[in-house]
Design a protein around this ligand. Structure first.
Ligand code: SF4
Ligand code: FES
Length: 363
């Protein structure tokens, strides 16, 4: 693919801070977090959103960490809104008061995605590494009362899959329009906790039956089931393809095709402080590294699914094999598939390792 052929991106993941009150053992933020002193200012975000809109981006997820920890969040949301970009706040709910949400809605916020860790308080607080369930419940009430589109995001793993029906019922009771049931993706901090998080095939089969039963009984909330790739034998079409749909801009302006790609060495990630977003998208070596199919080797190169799943996830290939250009080991055709199969058969652990140094809570 030449740079002239690169279709425009659709979405922007704006990680406005890595600071977060929670300590989830599957955190997708990089192992090395950006310090608040290095974060882009609201004025810099304003320029990023203007460039994003010019490039064709129509939707931004304003995320973190916990974006509510930015005192100037309304200014950032307003900038996205002025550029004509639909904005969704991605939040733990900690700090989402009625006043704060009203301020964000006045700035042009369009929707909210709230995270939930488990159906009940003890399990949710254990996974979050902090007492937070009540604040989430209150935040859900605030979102519902504001009448703004409301999504719930639940990362699923062996410690909460058994509660799936109850989790969905909580989402329905809290007023969510949509529940994203995101089976844990194992890179970054989640890979460190894989033995404590990876479910069994039986757990996943039971969970799929719960989802099917709910869909048969009810139209709402809408359930979105994110593929648990360790057991499927086919990889996920990660990010809809590398450099195909979205740009992630981290708190310090680092721009990457995916939020987990910080871990891939040698990518030479561009920064919005140094380059315009248009150049980053079409010209930068990082965004072109695994774009299209030209970079593939066998078995992907001659596989009929190469434009369906794009060879799977580059971050997972790197995390498991040390080479981001290899076929995703989640694929049954990958020469490295034994790495995934061995993990599914390995003994499980009961203890999480939390992000905060020295903090490890068993339950
Ligand atoms: Fe996808 Fe590559 Fe596996 Fe084919 S060989 S299914 S393209 S990951
Ligand atoms: Fe980075 Fe899949 S998570 S490409």
């Amino acid at each position: 693919m030449t740079t002239a052929d690169v279709p425009p991106p659709w979405g922007l993941l704006a990680e406005v801070t890595h600071a977060c009150p929670l300590h989830c053992p599957y955190c997708s933020n990089p192992l090395e977090l950006v310090r608040p002193s290095a974060e882009l200012s609201a004025a810099e975000w304003t320029r990023v959103f203007a460039e994003a809109a010019e490039l064709g981006i129509v939707q931004a997820h304003v995320s973190g960490g916990e974006p509510l920890l930015r005192a100037d969040l309304a200014e950032i949301v307003a900038a996205a809104h002025r550029s004509g970009i639909y904005t969704q706040l991605v939040t733990s709910g900690v700090g989402l008061t009625a006043g704060r949400l009203a301020e964000l809605l006045a700035a042009g916020l369009n929707s909210v995605q709230l995270s939930l860790q488990d159906a009940r308080r003890p399990g949710s607080d254990l996974i979050a590494g902090r007492v937070s369930y009540t604040e989430k419940e209150e935040a859900a009430g605030v979102i519902r009362d504001a009448g703004v589109p409301f999504g719930l995001n639940v990362v699923l793993h062996r410690r909460n899959l058994g509660n799936l029906r109850e989790i969905i019922e909580v989402g329905a009771r809290w007023g969510a329009d949509r529940i994203e049931l995101a089976n844990t993706q194992f890179y970054g901090w989640a890979l460190r906790n894989r033995a404590a998080l990876l479910p069994t095939r039986d757990q996943l089969d039971a969970a799929k039956a719960v989802v099917a039963a709910w869909r048969a009984e009810r139209d709402a909330p809408e359930l979105v089931w994110v593929l648990p790739d360790y057991y499927e034998g086919v990889p996920k079409p990660c990010m809809g393809g590398w450099g195909a749909r979205t740009i992630t801009v981290g708190p310090d302006g680092t721009a990457l095709p995916c939020p987990a790609a910080y871990a891939i060495p040698g990518l030479d990630a561009p920064n919005v402080r140094e380059r315009p977003l248009g150049w980053i998208w079409t010209e930068s070596p990082a965004f072109n590294a695994y774009r299209g199919t030209g970079w593939m080797s066998e078995p992907c190169r001659s596989c009929p699914r190469r434009e369906v799943d794009f060879g799977g996830c580059r971050c997972q290939a790197h995390a498991l094999t040390g080479d981001a250009a290899r076929t995703d080991p989640a694929c049954a055709l990958s020469p490295d598939h034994d790495l995934v199969r061995a993990a599914t058969e390995a003994p499980r652990a009961d203890e999480f390792v939390y992000r905060r140094p020295g903090r490890s809570v068993s339950g």
